[in-house]
Design a protein around this ligand. Structure first.
Ligand code: SF4
Length: 323
């Protein structure tokens, strides 16, 4: 595959990280992600497996080096194994974000495909609260699968969306979890998406998260990667670390290298942009996708519009974007 010039936007950001929502459906019903009454895309407007792989290949030919599979819940897609095995031959870094429920059925395949970076979403360490937040059971399964991934030395991150009055009382419990385990726990600021009833008071900003943790622990600033969304910290002597993803209170758009491909074949140049460009229709009509993709990247704004504007604008539900 001959490489073309990279995907650079008007602000000099190189886009080499593709997040692919391979399915809109999920086996959980997390309140900040899945609306009461979700709008699903009709089947005929969703990518077939071949179309999805062809779109991903197009992005790889334009310089994408990392592909993260998301959903909904990627492991509920019936042929996720075919997608994994195919992408494993493409020489890109593979990663996945999952709710962890079905992970035990795929660990061997992850290892075979060289998929070593797994983010598991777990917003509470309390079984009852898990059921309240996800409207489903499965807490013990997720915990057991996290232990399995740790035993097999996957690079594991646990993502927890922090909401005021829901789970913000568990911040120090999560940090305590990193005492003897080489785990990264990441606290994500609650973000506005269609149907998740976001309001500014329900969001706990990074500064407050840090203060709540510093009330109990001495914390040191850790190291962040070049395009990192996370600000890392650690408690001296603890094997693991924690991080905060502050897209609402202190955004990190300046170093954004992310593109999103949705299950309906649409491209989003920003998580919060409500402009989407269909790549599926032109693909089905045999058109050249490169100019469409490049134009969409060139239209990318320097940063998101700010949480209040975002909350007012129509976007999508989180479950159909995949974060
Ligand atoms: S909000 Fe948009 S521009 Fe900012 S980091 Fe996220 S995807 Fe990138």
């Amino acid at each position: 595959m001959n490489m073309k010039k990279p995907l650079v936007d008007e602000h000099g950001r190189v886009h080499d990280y593709l997040r692919v929502s391979i399915i809109e459906k999920c086996n959980l019903r997390c309140r900040y992600c899945m609306p009461e009454d979700p709008e699903w895309t009709p089947k005929e407007d969703l990518c077939t497996t071949d179309e999805l792989l062809e779109l991903v290949d197009t992005f790889i030919s334009l310089g994408v080096k990392k592909v993260r599979l998301t959903g909904g819940e990627p492991l509920v897609r019936h042929d996720v194994d075919i997608i994994l095995k195919t992408l494993a031959e493409r020489g890109v870094e593979l990663a996945m974000t999952t709710n962890g429920i079905l992970v035990d059925q795929y660990i061997a395949l992850f290892e075979k495909c060289g998929l070593n970076r797994i983010n598991v979403s777990l917003d509470t360490l309390k079984p009852n609260r898990f059921e309240m937040m996800t409207r489903r059971t499965g807490f013990e399964k997720v915990r057991a699968n996290i232990n399995k991934l740790l035993e097999r030395e996957f690079e594991l991150k646990v993502n927890a969306v922090i909401m005021r009055g829901v789970n913000d009382d568990e911040l120090t419990d999560f940090v305590e979890w990193t005492r003897d385990i080489p785990l990264t726990v990441r606290f994500i600021e609650f973000m506005p998406f269609d149907g998740n009833r976001w309001d500014d008071n329900s969001m706990v900003p990074m500064a407050e998260i840090k203060d709540k943790i510093a009330d109990k622990f001495m914390i040191l600033r850790g190291k962040d990667g070049p395009n990192d969304t996370t600000k890392h910290y650690r408690v001296p002597g603890y094997k693991g670390q924690f991080g905060i993803i502050s897209s609402m209170s202190e955004h990190f758009c300046g170093s954004c290298n992310r593109i999103r491909l949705l299950a309906n074949g649409s491209m989003k140049n920003c998580l919060f942009s409500n402009d989407e460009v269909s790549l599926l229709q032109p693909l089905r009509q045999g058109e050249d996708l490169e100019p469409i993709i490049r134009d969409t990247i060139l239209e990318k704004k320097p940063s998101h519009a700010g949480r209040f504007r975002i909350a007012e604008e129509k976007n999508r539900s989180m479950v159909t974007i995949g974060g």
